[in-house]
Design a protein around this ligand. Structure first.
Ligand code: 5CA
Ligand code: ZN
Length: 408
């Protein structure tokens, strides 16, 4: 699939610090220590509705990560998928009487436009499930050759008993895993499964559903093996970071990692599993299935500046859940206005120390709220006591753009 255009970064004096991130599997904030090339895989959208603020917050978290890695001198090989065939997309298309392909194309395009507006750096590879069907089928064949598949009717399942580390990413108890699988696209109650948690690898063709020919028979791929196959094909193992929202810890990331580890006979699939907190709205997780959504495109159409949306989101730590409200947006707008007033001055307080401080906070598990407060203090000082450094406004403009993606 086509990715979206990148906006260019500006060079900052000095260099960013090594990044530390919270890893769900070890439950620790740990150094990433990637090689010159950082391999990042982030789970992308299922394109049946427009980008909401929850999606935006998740992609902004990895955008922030990409910016810090680039500032620290790493090249980032970033892959993001698009689940352009799956149950919720097919159900929505059917309900609205549109072709599922048209719905997916249209919503994927809207997502690209929202990402460009929000200055989110593009993945190097933006890969759909449909274009990956042969790669996915190949991974399932490898699993079959290793005895790690079984048939239920014409469908193909993965026995979690073949994955020795299954459960070690999310650390959930068995009953919790059952409940989460039922809630998030699994079928624990289907009779005949070896273990209720076994995920579907290949769904044989059903009347009225899209299907592709493969050595497994005509059908379509399961969800978790989609991400395993795309990550293996475009990045290889181990990847440095597997990213996505907290709702993907189980079963999605647990199962993708299990597929990849059993297929390759190596582990870990990812050195770090990094998860963004859920954005809530009106008291519940913002979600397409609940319908309590605030769309990025709606805010933009209402005249809200993307930089204000970014600042609103970056004012919350990526790893924690938070609630979207009008106050959150007002805070982002107010901040943007105060920062712009400060950088519009001919001179301001020196900002080299501020750059160090912002780099330090962002390298420490992407602590954007602390970085924003540091810039607030500098802007407040500029307002109350002026300052005499004629280069400082340009430096703050550059650091806000390059490290935070905020155009001042
Ligand atoms: N296509 C799959 C991943 S392979 C999927 O989960 N698609 S999605 O459209 O439902 O979500 C896209 C991304 O946004 C995922 O990383 C998901 O974890 C994240 N996300 C969804 N809802 C929220 C929310 N309310 N807050 C934060 N992130 C969210
Ligand atoms: Zn995924």
């Amino acid at each position: 699939m086509r990715s979206w255009p990148a906006s260019s970064l500006r060079r900052l004096p000095g260099r960013g610090l090594p990044v530390r991130l919270h890893d769900t599997a070890t439950r620790q904030v740990r150094p990433l220590s990637p090689g010159p090339l950082t391999r990042l895989y982030v789970c992308g959208i299922t394109p049946y509705d427009a980008t909401h603020l929850g999606h935006a917050a998740t992609y902004l978290a990895y955008d922030l990560l990409t910016r810090q890695l680039a500032d620290a001198g790493h090249e980032v090989d970033y892959v993001q998928n698009v689940t352009d065939v799956d149950d919720p997309l097919l159900e929505r298309a059917q309900r609205e009487g549109v072709d599922w392909r048209d719905l997916a194309d249209q919503e994927t395009q809207r997502f690209r436009e929202d990402m460009v507006a929000l200055s989110v750096l593009p993945p190097r590879h933006f890969i759909g499930a449909v274009e990956s069907v042969p790669d996915i089928a190949a991974v399932i064949e490898t699993l079959a050759a290793k005895g790690a598949t079984y048939r239920l009717g014409a469908d193909v399942y993965f026995p979690v008993s073949k994955a020795p580390r299954f459960g070690q990413i999310g650390h959930f108890g068995y009953d919790q895993m059952l409940a989460l699988a039922a809630e998030r696209g699994g079928d624990p109650n289907r009779p005949g499964k070896h273990d209720p948690l076994d995920p579907l690898l290949w769904r044989a063709e059903r009347a009225g559903e899209p299907a592709w020919d493969s050595s497994l028979g005509r059908g379509r791929p399961g969800w978790h093996v989609e991400c395993a196959a795309i990550a293996l094909r475009y990045l290889g193992m181990p990847i440095d970071v597997q990213g996505g929202g907290m709702d993907l810890v189980f079963p999605h990331h647990e199962c993708s990692a299990a597929h990849a580890e059993v297929a390759t006979g190596r582990w870990p699939f990812a050195r770090s599993y990094v998860h963004a907190g859920m954005v809530r709205y009106e008291g519940h997780k913002m979600s397409k299935s609940l319908g309590n959504l605030v769309f990025v495109s709606r805010l933009r159409a209402d005249g809200v500046e993307p930089a204000a949306i970014r600042l609103s989101v970056l004012g919350r730590h990526y790893g924690r859940a938070w609630e979207w409200t009008g106050d959150v947006l007002d805070e982002g707008r107010g901040r943007l206005r105060r920062w712009r007033e400060a950088v519009d001055r001919p001179a301001a307080p020196p900002a080299h120390h501020l750059l160090d401080e912002v780099r330090r906070y962002l390298a420490d598990d992407l602590d954007a709220p602390a970085a924003l407060r540091a810039i607030d203090r500098w802007a407040e000082q500029a307002r109350t006591s002026g300052g005499r450094d004629p280069q400082a406004p340009a430096l703050v403009r550059d650091l806000a753009w390059t490290l935070l993606g905020v155009a001042l």
